[in-house]
Structure formats: structure tokens, C-alpha cells
Design a protein around this ligand. Structure first.
Ligand code: SAH
Length: 348
């Protein structure tokens, strides 16, 4: 594996920088200036830190680096302007982030691992063989790179790219701290969502930390046998276990929970499924304004046989949930033409 020669500064938690930079800088305010350049102004080259001395810039550049990605490739959707970024990591691997734009808001969907150890059998992002966790710095670099590229602030982050965030929990936590810290990225907690296939210790820890961010569960089924078919690596959790964890998250954090439900044609898109989902949510006290169901009509890929459901099944499913008092949204696919939509982040 190719090793980096310089220390990757984004891997150091900002509050550790005061001690890490001691050999170079003795005044605290100068470290604050560096934090500002990186995390507030998103400048990713020490040479452009204009309010610090040339000598210090030189010293920092010879010991540290702010970037590790090379060969960044950008693909832009002609349908909706969504941009898929392909990043090559320092050890020559590829991973992806997606920039989603609407009128006044930019959101990024980022990866937390290279490949995915869960490998749900409908998901292309998960079909890529698991290689390793991304470091906290690499995860932050995805966001900072894009902000620097578009010269605009990103207001929302979805941990919904490649990988299972809860299996990279330590780095996930460190990134969240930097995102919500007023001194660093200063992002609104409610604009950050972590999605998980259902790693219960991770969900509980995230709840106990009480960051106030949103949690999304990839549920996708209404009975355990059905779920096991599409998510074989379910850690032995039942749907009841997962919904109880959602309840715990809500109670602990006062934040919101999303239940993600992919609709697969003739597999989990019937009226009976919709009824079962409503019953399950009722039984777990999850029918309330803080819980929303996102229906995701399956995005077809060449690698799997699952099909997108008929429009009428989607509308029927939505109606049934609504009638049960559930807040429900149908997610429009974004960036379908460039392989940027949910579950499409594999090598194209
Ligand atoms: N591993 C985490 C984070 C990935 S989020 C998780 O499972 O939640 C990506 C979301 O897209 C998940 O809900 C996933 O199940 C969904 N997805 C995967 N393949 C898809 C496809 N082809 N069409 C629509 N959604 C898909």
C-alpha cells in the first residue's frame, strides 16, 4: 500500500491541533486562524493562508497536507444537475460523493467506507468489495473538496453514500463533531442524516451522544424472512429490534427519524406490505410527526434483477400509509443518468 509521507491534517481533530502544531506555532490565535482557513473558508492549500507568515506556511507545507485525493472525476446529470464526484484515494482506491442541489440548498451524500461489508443484494454501492474504512479526514475531505470546488457552502450532509456508517463509528463521530461545531463547519444538526442498515450498538451510541442529528433506518421490508432475502447480513436483528432502536433514538435525542423503504416490484410493494408496515410502526409507537417514511422506488441497475415498481403501486403504498396517519414522502431519484442515485455508487 502506498504510504503518505506527510501528516494528513484533516485526520487531526481540530481541538487537537493546538498540541499537534506546538512545534510550529506557540500562539493559540494562530492555530485558530488555521482552523478558520480550512473549516470555515475551505481553503485547501497552505500557500493561500494569507494572514500567516510565509515561513510558517512553508513549514506547515513540508510536514502536513490538507488533501489526499487525486484524479477527481466529475459527472453532471443532464436531467437534474446532480454531480457525482469520483475520488481516488492515496492508496489508489475509488469512492464517491454526490452533490444534490435545489434552488437554495446544496446537500452532499458522502461515503464512509471503500466498498461495503454488508452487500445488500439489490445495491450496487454495496456490491463493491469492502476494502477499508475511510478516515475521518477523508470523509471531511469529500465535503471540503466539493465546497472548494463549487465555491459555495454546503448546508446538508447525508451519510448515505458507499459503506455502512455505523461500522466506521469512531470516525463517523469525529466527523459529526467537526460538522456541528460552531467554530468549525457550523452546520445545522437537523441537516445532517446518518443512514444505517441497522447496526444496533451504533444506533444506540449515536442516540446516547445526543448530537441532535437525524437518523435514517434502511428497513425495506415488513417481515423478517423477506428482509433476510434482500439483506442477508442483518446481524441477526429482527425488524422489531430495529424499530425499538428507532424508538430509543427518538426518545433520547428529541430529533427525527426516517424509515427508508425501497419499493421493489412484486416483492415488497403490495397493499399487504403497506398495511404490515403501518401496523409495525403503530406497535412501536412510531406514528408521530417526528417519524417520516421515505419510499424509494427501486433504481434499476444491470447487476440485479429487481425492477422499479409500477407508479400505481407507489401511489397506492403511499396512500395506505397516509391513511394510517404516517408522514410519507416518495423520493425522486437524482442523477439517474450518471449512476449517482441511491444504490448506484459502484464503478461505472
Ligand atoms: N449502508 C447505509 C448507508 C447507505 S444509504 C444504509 O444501508 O442505510 C443508501 C440507501 O439507498 C439505502 O437505504 C439503500 O438501501 C438504498 N438503495 C440501495 N440500492 C438502491 C437502489 N438500487 N435503488 C434505490 N435505493 C437503493
Amino acid at each position: 500500500m502506498k504510504k503518505q509521507k506527510k501528516t494528513f491534517i484533516l485526520d487531526i481533530e481540530p481541538k487537537q491541533l493546538y498540541s499537534e502544531l506546538k512545534p510550529f506555532i506557540s500562539e493559540k490565535y494562530k492555530v485558530d486562524q488555521i482552523i478558520q482557513w480550512i473549516y470555515r473558508k475551505k481553503v485547501l492549500d497552505f500557500n493561500n493562508f494569507t494572514n500567516i507568515s510565509k515561513e510558517l506556511r512553508g513549514n506547515l507545507s513540508s510536514s502536513f497536507t490538507i488533501t489526499t485525493f487525486t484524479n477527481v472525476k466529475k459527472d453532471e446529470s443532464v436531467i437534474d444537475g446532480t454531480v457525482r464526484y469520483t475520488f481516488k484515494t492515496y492508496d489508489g482506491k475509488y469512492m464517491y460523493a454526490v452533490l444534490l442541489s435545489n434552488e437554495n440548498k446544496k446537500t452532499v451524500c458522502i461515503s464512509t467506507q471503500i466498498g461495503c461489508p454488508i452487500s445488500c443484494n439489490f445495491c450496487l454501492s454495496g456490491k463493491t468489495k469492502f476494502v477499508r474504512n475511510l478516515s475521518s479526514g477523508e470523509i471531511l475531505e469529500e465535503i471540503l473538496y466539493i465546497e472548494n470546488d463549487i465555491k459555495e457552502r454546503i448546508s446538508g450532509v447525508l451519510f448515505m453514500g458507499m459503506g455502512e456508517p455505523m461500522l466506521n463509528y469512531t470516525n463517523l463521530k469525529s466527523v459529526i463533531k467537526t460538522l456541528i461545531s460552531k467554530k468549525e463547519m457550523n452546520m445545522g444538526k437537523r441537516h445532517i442524516t446518518v443512514s444505517s442498515v441497522g447496526v444496533i450498538p451504533g444506533i444506540k451510541s449515536l442516540a446516547d451522544e445526543m448530537f441532535g442529528i437525524r437518523f435514517a433506518l434502511s428497513l425495506h421490508a415488513t417481515d423478517d424472512k423477506q428482509r433476510k432475502k434482500i439483506i442477508p447480513n442483518n446481524f441477526g436483528n429482527t425488524i422489531a429490534d430495529l424499530l425499538s432502536a428507532c424508538r430509543y433514538y427518538l426518545k433520547k435525542t428529541n430529533s427525527k427519524v426516517t424509515i427508508e423503504y425501497i419499493l421493489l416490484k412484486d416483492f415488497n410493494d403490495t397493499s399487504a406490505d403497506a398495511h404490515r408496515l403501518a401496523r409495525l410502526m403503530k406497535a412501536h409507537n412510531l406514528i408521530n410527526p417526528d417519524v417520516q417514511v421515505n419510499l424509494i422506488p427501486y433504481n434499476e441497475t444491470n447487476s440485479f434483477d429487481y425492477k422499479t415498481p409500477l407508479q400505481v403501486s407507489v401511489l397506492n403504498f403511499k396512500k395506505m400509509l397516509k391513511l394510517n396517519g404516517i408522514t410519507v414522502n416518495v423520493r425522486e431519484p437524482k442523477g439517474l443518468d450518471i449512476g449517482a442515485a441511491c444504490g448506484q455508487l459502484g464503478k461505472v
